[in-house]
Design a protein around this ligand. Sequence first.
Ligand code: FE2
Length: 309
Amino acid sequence: MPSGYQATQIYHQLPSTKLSYSVSVEHLDSESLLPQPITLVPKRGMPHCPGHPMVGGVPPSLLKGPNMADNNKTRILSFSSPWLSTVLVASAPNVAIDNAIVMNLSTRPANYEAGLYRGSIAPFHSKSLRECMVIGAEQVLICETQQRENLGGLLREWTWYGEKDSNFDRRTPLYVSPQEEIGEVEFNPGEVFGLAHSGTKGLQRFHLKLNLWYAPAFTDCGIHCEHTFLEVHTQLIGTGRMQKFRENSSNTLFEDLIVPAGSTHPPFFNLKSDGTFDYPWHRYFSDSDCVWMAIEFHPTQGERYEVQS
Ligand SMILES: [Fe+2]
């Protein structure tokens, strides 16, 4: 990019996505090649332009300069929708957040600044941030509500869960998005999730997968305890609950955890000393119309979270 050039409102639409984004580069310093802040601002209503990923008269070469986002490291996930944008950003020096839920999808804290205040988001946790700068993020997912009108339109975009599970209650309005594979991650789950009593011994490898869920208010999403993976959930729109039960019955509830938008609940799974894991009977319950995200860790060693030596 030429020295002193200031690019603003560069409209960029990635193939096979429904949303377009503008990338603003601010305060380009002709004396410095230091990375500059990257601002990702979802734009509504941009027309789909097959074969023309860049619009607005900006040549693609301008998006590859030393001060620009590396587009190979910025990925709009397939479950982005007109209601909610979800952008995965990896290895970005600075990411300006206007008003979004930021999920840290790395094993190291994601630091951010708000003026003189500094904070961090723990690994596989989330925060709702406004006018902040995320600094040196290893991998974060930026989730921004675009509109709430006709939120139930998501059920026409996604799959009714009963089509995936023939035993699922045929009356339950629970809908699931496509699943995204983010990559492999390696960490000690007992340490990262604060389960010091778990007795886990070292680093374990997982396939990290994400999907979104939608349910209207007061939906019982089904009590279950069978999982082949570790999971936590991040609330994105509305307010929900994660609940634990003594038995497979709503009458046996013993823990009721309210999950407001922006929060990720503590894990419900137990890590056992024999290298396996289990869950209590549990369910998600929507207090309002809700969109939430499942963060799934699928052990690369089958159903064991711990590699045996
Ligand atoms: Fe579950």
